[in-house]
Design a protein around this ligand. Sequence first.
Ligand code: ATP
Ligand code: MG
Ligand code: MG
Length: 320
Amino acid sequence: MILTVTLNAALDVTYRVPRLEPRASHRVREVAERPGGKGLNVARVLAALGHETLVTGFAGGPTGERVRELLTEVTEPGPVGDALVTTGGTTRRTVSVVEESGGPGAGATLFNEPGPQISPAEWERFLDVYGELLAGADAVALCGSLPPGVPVGAYGTLVRTARTAGVPVVLDTDGEPLRRGLAARPDVVKPNAEELAGITGSTEPLHAARLAQRRGAHAVVASLGADGLLALTPDGAWRVTPPRRMAGNPTGAGDSVVAALLSGLAEGLSWPDRLVRATALAAATVRAETAGEFDRAVYEELLPAVTVTRQRAAAASAVG
Ligand code: ATP
Ligand code: MG
Ligand code: MG
């Protein structure tokens, strides 16, 4: 079983409007709801790839109930398992407004609620549940922002617990929670270029990835948007490039990278094979109509067209 953690789950609501204008009234033509929060996205991709997948984190109130309902709806080949811990607060909504006139690939306007306040007792309860779930996990992903009330060092604690339990851990977050998580020596971190620059102060990806690796990550997989991935791993360093720049919606492409890395890890693939899977899956996610989804046939067609190049050891280590 692969476990994903989403401490700040969300109900993603998408409004489709003809045209978006500030300080105007809008007729909403279509409303779509889906489970949101990075770990839930990762879990849905893993389930679609055929992995037994369980999600934990917090859910509460009517929006939390709706997230649980949508998550466990029967999907092919199997649903995502729900091990979310109930909080007395109410799960946040994230609202994205999409313009019909915008055309494919046009950005959405996003509204992100902060999430419910988690009490110290709820956090303790979560730590107990997490410890129990790890006993049956082949790998775990820790994804996204922290809701109010959860200690800023939360990911440090969760990384250490996983490592003590012998479960490989992938971390995908930002800012201070990422900094604290890194210090606990996760197996893999998956920052994008801005997140990597934010914690290292360097906008040069190879240099920044080196710095992040020195801070404690065993492997750094930096995602560079349409330029693909740069990976520094215990087995070597690689640059991986998608077949071409895809037109579409890049939201959730990073979550597909995390899902593919976990999937490849669980199947015992080599690092280059995991990175190729991640790059093809992310490109297929960009191409798909709905954010965070992918078409299996497109993914399989892209797989053999991904380019993976080993980086020279000198280039990989010649960074101060
Ligand atoms: P997320 O919104 O899921 O958090 P992110 O910002 O973490 O995404 P990105 O670096 O933007 O992650 O994208 C992840 C991966 O998706 C990239 O490494 C690349 O392989 C792929 N990707 C992104 N944009 C494109 C594109 N236009 N064409 C092809 N592949 C892309
Ligand atoms: Mg991005
Ligand atoms: Mg991301």
